[in-house]
Write a protein that binds this ligand. Structure first.
Ligand code: FMN
Length: 365
């Protein structure tokens, strides 16, 4: 390791490495993707020196299927990491993500989710998508997680204003999610190139008495993207789309095929609420939309086909086994997603390529 690399690694990595023991510089994280991020994926990311996340769902009503799945996934993660169930005091070196806009988050999270988290002790909890008409939810969830001694509370945001709010309520990490991201996100927002540094500057100016980290997410698909968000002021890079094609992910075959064949993500994906609405998924607040691969459904929509008609075409295609209209969430980095690999291999390659990019820049000084 040359001197510059060593100095860089010491400065920028020491905080993440002390917050998340066992992780390596630069920190590579898989997004807690709904329908994708399971315990096998998350534990492989962690074992490879990254920080793995599973998705814990959005329905927190007592005895709901997602709660049962959460308990199973955390138990399985303990097994996969070789942490005996008896070692109750040993934290689990993975995180869990939750989607928080539903009424069940306000009504039941504390009673149903917190006991599971107390039992399994994940290293971090990631919250995303508060309901705009229930501003009390985010502070109450953060307070509940802190009193349950969750080590780090992570909040994903799409604006400087939302970052300020999350920080004021006690978040330890702000994930600055740019509009290049795959999946759900703020309907209006900025790319990571401006969002990450503005969030970092705001936190440094307004919360200088607290240690709050920034992670960058959105369109990062390789080591160069991770190096770039570090240069912008983030302390880790979060990858979603790239990990969708990890061999351990829960992605369906049609999703894998769509992702591996798409190139030029700015043209092959689009950010829209149509991806939810055409499937009758009307639950997301209007504040949010999602980025997915352009399908015949979106082309019909752009050509003026009504939502009703489009929904009928979607259902008919699905029923007939035609998967071309199915929704595949994807970020604009999809053109860089070229092969299915084990999650550990993705993590190591991305980290190595990020270091290479940083060294390359230093070498030209
Ligand atoms: C298939 C998919 C599902 C996602 N589900 C969630 C989720 O459940 N919770 C969440 O906080 N973010 C979710 N996201 C967004 C990610 O957290 C992250 O911001 C995004 O994947 C980063 O952009 P990238 O896909 O270009 O890497 C999802 C993204 C994808 C692609």
């Amino acid at each position: 390791m040359n001197i510059i690399r060593r100095r860089l690694a010491t400065m920028a990595s020491s905080r993440m490495r002390s917050w998340f023991p066992g992780t390596e510089y630069p920190l590579v994280i898989n997004a807690p993707m709904d329908g994708i991020a399971n315990s096998r994926l998350a534990t492989e990311v962690t074992k490879a020196g990254g920080l793995g996340f599973i998705q814990g769902g959005r329905d927190f009503t007592p005895a709901s299927a997602p709660l049962k799945r959460l308990e199973d996934q955390l138990t399985q993660a303990r097994e996969l990491l070789g942490i005996a169930p008896a070692a109750k005091d040993k934290p689990l070196p993975i995180g869990v993500g939750f989607i928080t806009f539903s009424a069940s988050a306000r009504q039941h999270f504390v009673d149903t989710v917190i006991p599971i988290l107390r039992r399994h002790r994940p290293a971090a909890v990631w919250l995303f998508a508060p309901a705009p008409d229930a501003p009390e939810t985010l502070p109450s969830l953060i307070a509940a997680l802190k009193s349950a001694h969750v080590p780090k509370v992570v909040v994903q945001v799409g604006s400087v204003a939302a970052a300020r709010e999350a920080a004021a309520h006690g978040a330890d990490v702000i994930v600055a999610q740019g509009v290049d991201a795959g999946g759900h996100q703020w309907a209006s927002g900025a790319g990571v190139v401006s969002l990450v540094p503005e969030v970092r500057d705001m936190l440094s100016a307004e919360f200088s008495d607290r240690e709050i980290a920034v992670w960058g997410a959105g369109g990062i698909a390789d080591g160069r993207g991770v190096a770039a968000v570090l240069a912008l002021g983030a302390e880790a890079g979060v990858l979603g789309t790239r990990y969708m094609v990890a061999t351990e992910s829960d992605a369906q075959d049609y999703e894998r095929k769509a992702l591996l064949s798409a190139t030029d993500g700015g043209r092959s994906t689009v950010k829209s609420q149509l991806h939810d609405h055409v499937r009758g998924n009307m639950g997301w607040p209007d504040l949010y939309d999602g980025r997915a691969i352009i399908t015949p459904t979106y082309k019909d929509h752009a050509a003026g086909v009504s939502l009703d008609e489009n929904a009928k075409k979607y259902e008919a295609a699905k029923k007939g086994g035609d998967l071309s209209r199915m929704v595949t969430w994807s970020g604009t980095g999809v053109g860089l997603v070229r092969e299915e690999l084990p999650a550990a291999e993705i993590t190591k390659r991305v980290r190595k390529d990020a270091l290479k990019a940083i060294q390359g820049l230093n070498a030209s000084l």
